[in-house]
Design a protein around this ligand. Sequence first.
Ligand SMILES: *Cc1c(COP(=O)(O)O)cnc(C)c1O
Length: 438
Amino acid sequence: MENERKHELFKRHPLLKNMANADAVFWENTKWQKKARTELFSMKEAEDAEETLKRFSSYLIVAFPELAKSGGLIESAIKEIPAMKEALEQEYHLLIAGRFLLKCDNTLPISGSIKARGGIYEVLKHAERLAIAHGKLKKEDDYAVLATEELRAFFQQYTIAVGSTGNLGLSIGIMGKKLGFNVVVHMSSDAKEWKKALLKEKGATVIEYEADYSVAVEQGRQEAEQDPLCHFIDDENSKDLFAGYAVAAKRLKVQCEKTNIIVDDAHPLFVYLPCGVGGGPGGVAYGLREIFGQHVHIFFAEPVASPCMTIGLMTGLHDAISVEDIGLDNKTEADGLAVGRASKFVGKVMEKYINGCYTVKDEELFTALRLALASEELFLEPSAHAGMFGPIQLMKNGQDYLEKHGLTEKMAQATHLVWATGGSMVPQEMREEYLKKA
Ligand SMILES: *Cc1c(COP(=O)(O)O)cnc(C)c1O
């Protein structure tokens, strides 16, 4: 980006300067609308995704016996974490008014991260489309037939490719290989060794890059274009991924009702979602706004070195600006969030839907990692801990926001929901290594 243009942007958005200095910031989205609407996506697509996932439940139980107890549903619990709340209050010398809950996507079956929603859904939808088109399956069938050798042999003719910082590759690799597909995962330099090793063990082809996520995605896209039998899962643009993530919202509503969590004008719900390219948090946020309307307050969390969604929304430039453009290096221990350029599709949808974003320093991620282990015996990967910092940022730097939205008096009745986006598959040695940094 030219210097002149950069100066102009810094002048128009003073917070950008703080971000260029890698400060932790809290940004309110003033384009947020009470009754947000979009032409780019509809709840019907999320409902279709839910139906598709239901059709696959009998197959999933056969393929992944761990899913028997949920009837083939890939879902995670919500749970109160009062000891973590207290630990954060002491560490940061403030009080967090309201209930403090965790959405445990770190324990999602099959791949242990939020990518088990969108990633697995897109693989299943693609498999269904192919099998139906070739007369191997009807929507009325028992989908357990997909676990037979005949169907596995059928899928072996096809390839699924994806570019990833790690967890999306893991989800697509595990699911794709289970069905019988060839899977090619283009991994950015941030991807952890254990994730690559696990994928190779499952039979996926892993192509490693010295470059960051955007390069890995672009290479994957180009290679896939050469092969008509290859389906490229496009993390930067895919509506199927988005739909798979959005399914979480309706299910969350049921979980809230069962846990006596009220969400209405007097009982605001605050949700903190770690954000990389945007698809995961974006899909969830879209669904939550459809379900809870203006009573849910959604904030995206990004590392100070990789705030691509924040700068994209703030400037309105979306994918036409990168974190490198403002002098940041996109280097963070939060490997799942190491994305320098946001999804344009997601950014455009989110413009009116989310209430804001904040950024977190890597050292805070490790502080939260240490506190969560000590207080709740809870392990999350560093990326997921970006969410833990949300209530702190809101209490410290969001007082204007709370005043403006008439929320200050309602905070005792509020619920904070931290979206724990990953961690259960991280090997023990790696956990210990992380803890050493804390
Ligand atoms: C991928 C990921 C995210 C963010 O999802 P995006 O779709 O990339 O925005 C957050 N946390 C973890 C652990 C992830 O793997």
